[in-house]
Unconditional design. Sequence first.
Length: 345
Amino acid sequence: MKNYFSKILTLSILAGSLFVSSCKDDDVNPSVAQIYPERAASNTVLTVKGAGLSDVVSITFETGNVPASFTSTFNTDGAILFRVPTDAQPGEQNIIFKNRSGKEFKVPFYVLGYPAVTTVSNYNFKKDSEITLTGKNLSDVTKVTFTADTLTEVSIVSSSATSLVLKFPATTLTESSLRITNGSGTTQTSQSFVALENAFQLFTDDYAPGYQDASWGASGISTDVFKTGTASKFMTFGKGSWSQDGFGWTNTANANFKYLSFWIKGASQDYDLYIWSQQSPSGFSTFADYNKIKVPANVWTYFKIDVSSLQLWANGPEWNQIGWRIQGPDSQDETFYIDDVIFIK
């Protein structure tokens, strides 16, 4: 009987301890005393200090209900470390914490979302040209200027979180990146934009004055397929590795040209093309890695190539023919389209 009462007493004590422990857990009021930094962009490590934080099981950025990942073993009762989620939406909002007991508490925070541009619809522009920039944090953009001329603004036509449509002004610049400002600050694009009107043009919608078609094979101007404007030049390479396409016959010196650039639409499959001039090391038979470009099939691709690497003036100060040549095609004729062929000074 004594042992029986002893067991009952032990169980009662254990139950009481569990009850007290449970009550203590329920009575804990987690709180935040400090968050550092108070404003930050995505992927930044945040440090939250306070009390009752070790039992936190979820962290959510309120705008868009974006969860933040964290490792609970790194957290203590007084501090939590985690990163601003990549998808956190910019602006003022709360960070919501929830613990094992289901209790929630919040701390105000400002997600910085600097403008970021990943792709552009074009790199070349004329006065009033519209170009679409695609990226993130673009909905609240308030100002765009040239990096090389911060006094000249580029007009904002429309914007969303992931795209920005710009209308370009006239400029004396040859090329420049852009400075883009939103509520978080200003960033500079990695992309550089070229003023067509200040470049040396071989072909835009037509041949430049003094230049004409200089091709071995079917070629000419297409008004059905083009990248910009109203026309491109089509280049058909005949089966059997004999044809080339290009421009002539005006003597052309290197007038401080830095880049050769153009848009080209590929044929039915991926091909290598070789850029040559009359003064290339082996003329039209110059097939080397330095003058080779890889052209993807059926899409417009932009090329901007350092002139010094192409050796277009290797054998003389002037050439009167420049072209694009293919080793092949072996099975069928192939047609490419080329647009906005320019030298950038």
